[in-house]
Design a protein around this ligand. Structure first.
Ligand code: NDP
Ligand code: MG
Length: 382
């Protein structure tokens, strides 16, 4: 029985993870769940799964959750609550499905405590790539990615990491693939939140539209697989069947293919190194039609350039990129800035940042994160 904690169980990935566990047919026990503002769903999940502990991010909701969860379920809250869960001795695997950088410290805690890590969250790894990967190496902890492209790359590389020469990171192109950049300043929030291929949380859906999601994924791949960003090429693949490809030294390319459904990379992370039964639909290749690939338009999507610049700089530039993006997306969703303002806001914050370019600590990352969020607020509240 693998004992699992799901941080961010009330989000899109968290709900899918519980669905996978319920369909996989045994072998897992859900020890801990967490939510931030959606106390109703967290309570329903606690009643259904009877975990030993739940954490609610919004401390004002702790009393309500406490009164409603089953007897025997402990309620904790805030950042401390996530840390308590990540370090419990009765947890084998922690699945990180919280959005943003809020789960960086619990992630480091879980690595220090040698938990198995199933990582959906990308912002913590991008902000603090060198810190997280060094700690994981030191503690001999393997991070199993859930992000679909990285799950694909992980599966392609597994067993032959020394022969990798290049990574092809695919992306469907997002909702704006065929929308002219001239219209970007008039696109409302509702339009941006409709993604043609994936149903996801709001932040990552906006990131898909600006293509910052793909930019963050370049950095995510750099640190997960220890490969220089120059060897990572983004390819637009609107059919979203090939989830990424890896080229090896002999020019052979291995790809992972499946229908676009996040439950498969979640299932893979839970069952690694084994595999379980199919929960998602199988690809019908006789009906799949043509699979196409092309280069992204970096002029139309400047966030790809900004992410590559941060990847090349390293240091605290990574945390600044992430925090400025998180801030800019929040201000767009709250209708303070236009969609077309997002890359400019991020670029301005990045240009004001003095990168230490040294070996960074977690404190450096946290300081850069809060500095960049404040700078973003200053720019967007004007
Ligand atoms: P959602 O917005 O749907 O869910 C986020 C979860 O995190 C919710 O449970 C939310 O709680 C919780 N949360 C948000 N902020 C905080 C906080 N400050 N403290 C504690 N908990 C918090 O996001 P997704 O599920 O879409 O994405 C989660 C992560 O996975 C992201 O990093 C994303 O980039 C990554 N990812 C997602 C994919 C997807 O298909 N959705 C694909 C690949 C990666 P509540 O809802 O209760 O407020
Ligand atoms: Mg992805």
């Amino acid at each position: 029985m693998k004992r699992i904690a799901i941080l961010g169980s009330t989000g899109s990935i968290g709900v899918n993870a519980l669905d996978v566990i319920s369909k996989i047919g045994g072998g897992f026990s859900v020890v801990a769940l967490s939510g931030d503002s959606n106390s109703e769903l967290l309570i329903r999940q606690a009643r259904a799964w009877k975990p030993k502990i739940v954490s609610i991010g919004n401390e004002l909701l702790a009393g309500k959750v406490n009164r409603a969860v089953p007897k025997g379920t402990k309620v904790v809250c805030g950042g401390i609550g996530l840390r308590e869960i990540a370090t419990r001795s009765d947890v084998d695997m922690v699945l990180f499905a919280v959005s943003g950088t809020a789960c960086l410290i619990p992630l480091l805690d879980a690595v220090k405590n040698r938990k198995e890590i199933a990582l959906a969250n990308k912002e913590a790894l991008v902000s603090a790539g060198p810190v997280v990967t060094a700690l994981a190496r030191k503690n001999d902890v393997r991070i199993i990615p859930i992000d679909s492209e990285h799950s694909a790359i992980f599966q392609c590389i597994y067993g032959r990491p020394e022969y990798v020469s290049k990574i092809y990171l695919t992306g469907s192109g997002g909702p704006l693939l065929n929308v002219s950049a001239k219209r970007f300043d008039k696109l409302p929030v509702g339009f941006i939140l409709k993604h043609p291929r994936w149903k996801m949380g709001r932040k990552i859906t906006v990131d898909s539209a600006t293509m910052m999601n793909k930019g963050l994924e370049i950095i995510e791949a750099k640190y997960l697989f220890g490969i220089d960003e120059k060897k990572i090429e983004v390819l637009i693949h609107p059919e979203a069947v090939v989830h990424s490809m890896v080229e090896f030294s002999d020019a052979s390319v291995i790809a992972q293919l499946a229908v676009p459904d996040m439950r498969l990379p979640i299932e893979y992370a839970l069952t690694f190194p084994g595999r379980s039964k199919a929960i998602v639909r199988k690809v019908d290749f006789s009906k799949a039609g043509a699979l196409t690939f092309r280069k992204p338009d970096v002029k139309k999507f400047p966030c790809l350039r900004l992410a590559r610049e941060a990847a090349a700089s390293g240091g605290t530039a990574l945390a600044v990129l992430c925090a400025a993006d998180e801030g800019a997306v929040k201000h767009f969703l709250e209708r303070r800035i236009k969609f077309s303002d997002i890359p400019g806001v991020i670029e301005k914050v990045m240009s004001r940042h003095k990168n230490a370019r040294k070996e960074i600590s977690v404190e450096d990352v946290l300081n850069a994160d809060s500095w960049a969020k404040e700078e973003t607020d200053i720019l967007c509240y004007r």
